[in-house]
Write a protein that binds this ligand. Sequence first.
Ligand code: URA
Length: 436
Amino acid sequence: MDAQAIIGKKRDGLSLNIDEINWFCNGLASGQVSDAQAGAFAMAITINDMNNNELTALTEGMLKSGSTLKWDLPGPVLDKHSTGGVGDCVSLLLAPALAACGAFVPMVSGRGLGYTGGTLDKLDAITGYKTQVSTVNFKKVVKEVGCAIVSASNEIAPADKRLYAIRDVTGTVENIALISSSILSKKLASGVEGLILDIKSGSGAVMPNLKAATSLAKRMVEIGQQSGCSTSAFITNMDQPLASSAGNALEVMTAMNCLTMHKVDSRLFKLTVSLGGSLLKNAKISRSVKDGEKMIRDSIESGLAVEKFGKMVCALGGPGNFIDRYRDLLPEAATIVEVKSQSAGYVSQIDVKRLGMVVVSLGGGRRQQDDKLDLSVGLDQFLPLGEKVSVGSVLARVHGRDEDAVLNVINIVRQAYNISEAAPEKTESIIKRIGK
Ligand code: URA
């Protein structure tokens, strides 16, 4: 078998068999497949898609490209993963909150993908925090602290680790087969018993519409269940940034402000509570979703969750005083400028993808695989949908490395906001639930 023939078959719209898919996944993990071939493979899939058998084979192929972790812990092993959004820092809140409720969370996360932010890039804003750790260390931290957020590795889903980085810079993020195999391979490889998927829909979501999001959610829930992992999904709204900020250090700041109850971002907090409540109920830690939600809320309000976060940071190489000193320890951009509205009315639409692209163009996301990120840049103080604005109201703030960088994007941010006379209809964060 060779890479050219496999890529050519997919390019011509034919289906790949299990052996071909396994060969490619192993080639990704071993390095036998080059970056160019991996990019071409991803593009052929993006254009011609995969049928259900191919999708299952790709998930298993990526999963088996490394080893599967086994756990023997005094509580259920749980996780959540999102298909990616703007201002989506739920993982930073939910992992420690679940740990504070008695679950164990070996969270294998990703870097930014396209215009969507990545949990690992956000954690890089914490000096010393190591996202790349040995499996022995990963297991030790999960056992001792209750949660650890790390990267896929040469041992855990190495094929995904490689393909993920290549997809980020080759315009091949938006495909159901690539997204589901990427997420499920690393989640199943990390040995979780219970998983909740947060599938985004809306102007900042990778899935173009609710139909595509529903189809992705159903397929992923099915594959997760078939693999013995209790899997359910929420389809959630990405018609506006989830939190009030987007950018790596800025989102850590937002998450820490929530975890410490210093300043709570209500939509971020509510979604974290809902996702966690469902997971706790499915894992039988709580009797009902409502009880589970209360447990998550209490874990944050009581300070137990932030304590777990601090222990995780310290165990993974970050500062021991992070939760007390995060405001001084996170990097800050040199220039911060307010973007003001030029019209009055209500925020009726937000082009979330455009805002995500602004973060990338400020240097907060990658255009090339080896790009070094500026972790301090991004946007904050987003005005949410439905908010009444006057001329001069602040729509958002831009954090950039210098004045030129900021001036380049101010108009783009303004144009991402649609202001109209009438207030828009209220939308709920959670659109649908799939599975238990
Ligand atoms: N998260 C992943 O891990 N992979 C994707 O493709 C999208 C989101």
